[in-house]
Write a protein that binds this ligand. Sequence first.
Ligand SMILES: [Zn+2]
Length: 118
Amino acid sequence: MAVGDSSRSWTTVPDPQMSAWGDVFDASEEGETLSAPCPVCGATTLHRWFDLHRVDPRTVAGRPWQGRGSQWQWCGSCRSYLHSSGLVPMWWRTDIEIDPSVLTHQPGPIDDVVSRME
Ligand SMILES: [Zn+2]
């Protein structure tokens, strides 16, 4: 499997690794690129990106949030991913701008941008 081959398909995180996957992302406030290895394939190519829909700061469960949005979590190596809607954490900052019209359920358009920055 060639790195950067955008034709390879994305798959949701396998059930046996779902719990570990969630733990890794819950523990990180690193931004678009995580330092922890992927729970599925072991590569250090985990990424995430939040799309803040509307600024509406609030505190929920004792943690500060910027407002509602969407999140993508993915591994650029094995192409496991999760996409969800929810609250965007206050620590999140990004320099990446992505045309909302190209966003899909799968993280491909975001990975294209993130992987070009590496
Ligand atoms: Zn992986």
